[in-house]
Design a protein around this ligand. Sequence first.
Ligand code: GLA
Length: 373
Amino acid sequence: MKYAFFGAAALALCATNAHAGTATRAPFGALADGSKVEAVTLTNGAGVSALIMTLGATLQSLIVPDKAGHKDDVVLGYDTAQEYLSHPDYFGASVGRYANRIAKGKFTLDGKSYTLATNDGPNSLHGGLKGFDKRMWKIDSVTSGPEAKAVFSYVSADGEEGFPGELKVTVTYSLNEQNELKLEYRATTSKPTVLNLTNHSYFNLSGNDARDVMGNMVTLHAERFTPVDATLIPTGERRGVAGTVLDFRNSHQVGDRIRDAREQQLRYGRGYDHNFIVDGAAGTLRPAAVVSEPVSGRTLELSTTAPGVQFYTGNFLDGTFFGKGQRAYRQGDAICLEPGVFPDSPNHPDFPTSRLNPGQNYVNTIVYRFSAR
Ligand code: GLA
C-alpha cells in the first residue's frame, strides 16, 4: 500500500511537470504611431498565467484560480497597449527612474542640482513625463521550465527626464510551480545617480473587479510608516503605526477605518497612500504584506528586499478610466503594493539611500505568492 501511495504521488508529480512552466512570446498589437508591442506569457501547471508586454515591461494580466479553481484576472489594466499611453495610471507598469515622488522635482547629488518635470502638483511623480512605464522595453530572453521566465531590458540615456547617468535596467519576471511570480529589477549606471524601480500592479483579488477592495483583509509587516504632508511628500518622521488607523500589523479589513477623517494622514492621501517601513533588514527577502479576498478565497503574499512598500488603495481612480472589458475603475477598486526605497529619498539623507554609483549593482526583488482556500 505504502509503495502504491508513493507511486501515485510520483505519477502525479510527473503529470504536473508535464504541464509546468511555459514561456511564450507573441505580438501584442501596436501603438497609434505604428510601433509594435510584444508580450510574453508565463504559465505554470497550476493554472496561473502572467502576460507581460514590452510597453513599460507591464504586467498586463495575471490569471489566478480561486478556491473553486475558477480562473480570473486579478490585476487592473487595459485591453490594448495604446490605452496605457492615452490614459496612463501606471497599471501593472515597471516604474522608474524614480517610483513615487521627489519634492518640487528637485534634488542635489555631489553638489550639483537637478531639475525634473513636476507632473503631480508641485512634485515629480513616477519618473516624470515619460517614465519607464511609457518606454518600449526589449525582450532579452524567454525560458520555459519549472521556473518559466522572461528578461526585459531598457537603456535610459544620460539625462533622460533630467536624471544623470546612462542607466541599464533589466526586469526578470519568473513564475514557478509554487504560484510565485517573482520580479527582479536590476540596474547599473555610468555616473552617480538616484533611482527607485518598482512594479505598480493594481490588485483586485475578486477577479474581473467584481467587487471593490474595501472587504479585503490586509496585513502589513510594518511597525512604522513615513507620514506625509498635504502633497504626499514625507515629512522625514518615522512614526509608529500603533494606535493609528495605519496599524495593519494584524490582519484588518481595508474599508474599516479608511473614512476616519480624524486621521490627518488619511485626509492627505484620500485614503491609504503611504510608505510603510517593512520590518526586518532591507536587502534580504522578507514578508512585507498579505492581502486576502474572502469571497474568492484568494490570498496574495508579498515579499521584497526593498526597505519600504507604498500601500495605495486606488484613491485617484475616479470612474473616468475604462479598463479591460470596458469596466469603469472607481475609487477603492484596487490595492497597490509598491516596494521600493522611501518617497523623496534623494532629499532625505537619513532615509535608506536611493543612490547608485558606477560599478554597483542595484537590485529590487519582489515576490507575489498566490494561494486560494
Ligand atoms: C502611487 C502614488 C499615488 C498615485 C499612484 C498613481 O501609488 O503614491 O499617489 O499617484 O501612484 O496614480
